[in-house]
Unconditional design. Structure first.
Length: 127
């Protein structure tokens, strides 16, 4: 049985998207050159991952002489918003408050940072 495609970016997909976001667009070879060589990825692995990203709606491609040039359709902010929504829905029963409380519990947030968070919340509620 085939695995259901992930709603958000996998770690491998995010690595490729980071390169595309940084460069605006790239061919498979350009992406391979930008990836760490330890361990090296096969051309077909990168191409397959890009095709998956295209099916998910994250990238598009166009023929550029003999190579395909891939361009992001979704920017980093949109991708991170999607990931946060997924985490809130999946792990926190659609409660952003529960997510924020978990972050505050798990991190060493000092009084100064808490004051700044309070100011930011007050500013966002005024707008």
């Amino acid at each position: 049985m085939a695995r259901k495609p992930s709603e958000t970016l996998t770690a491998a997909e995010l690595r490729l998207m980071d390169i595309l976001w940084a460069n605006g667009s790239a061919t498979v070879n350009e992406i391979m050159d930008a990836l760490p060589q330890d361990p090296p990825l096969a051309y077909n692995t990168v191409l397959t991952t890009l095709r998956i990203l295209e099916r998910k709606g994250y990238v598009t491609h166009e023929k550029n002489s003999r190579a395909f040039r891939f361009t992001p359709v979704v920017d980093h902010r949109q991708a991170s918003q999607s990931a946060v929504r997924y985490v809130v829905r999946r792990f926190f029963r659609d409660s952003p408050k529960a997510l924020v409380l978990r972050v505050l519990e798990d991190q060493n947030v000092g009084p100064r940072q808490l004051r700044r968070l309070k100011e930011m919340l007050e500013e966002s509620s005024v707008q």
